[in-house]
Design a protein around this ligand. Structure first.
Ligand SMILES: [Zn+2]
Length: 148
């Protein structure tokens, strides 16, 4: 059984393979040295967004947001808190839809903030509107029954 997970580095886009039992040991990108799953919310660009949402074997929750969106800014600390709660088994990231409107268009997002949960290269569920950390974490856990 292949017990390595594939993780796209949010900083440089390099695909990394990490043994599952090393996830908690602070794995770093083999190319740029950035932490791969340290509970921080990574800022994505479209290239990394597509690679990570389609190819990663670890669940990824993406926050589609914009700087002009008040509820998005309000939710940011809650999102960051939930990211720490679920690290390292779920990664959290955000993408600025003002800078990259094509990404939210492709995802069919009509209002922000919007959260989309990806797992094993496909969309699992989405959640619209600003939510507190506990609701974000519950949304992730509720949609990933195998999560411990
Ligand atoms: Zn990297």
């Amino acid at each position: 059984m292949d017990d390595a997970v594939k993780l796209t580095c949010a900083t440089c886009g390099q695909a990394n393979r990490v043994p599952r039992d090393k996830l908690s040991a602070g794995p770093k990108c083999g190319s740029c040295g950035e932490a791969l799953a340290d509970g921080r919310v990574a800022e994505l660009d479209p290239k990394v967004h597509d690679k990570a949402t389609r190819g990663d074997s670890l669940p990824l929750l993406v926050d589609y947001w914009a700087p002009w969106c008040g509820p998005c800014r309000m939710m940011a600390p809650e999102f960051a808190k939930a990211a720490k709660t679920l690290a390292p088994v779920v990664r959290f990231a955000k993408i600025n839809t003002e800078d990259f409107p094509e990404v939210s268009q492709r995802a069919g997002i009509r209002g922000i903030p919007a959260l989309i949960l990806y797992d094993k290269g496909r969309e699992v569920a989405r959640l619209a509107g600003a939510r507190p950390a506990a609701e974000i974490a519950a949304f992730v856990r509720g949609n990933l029954p195998g999560l411990h």
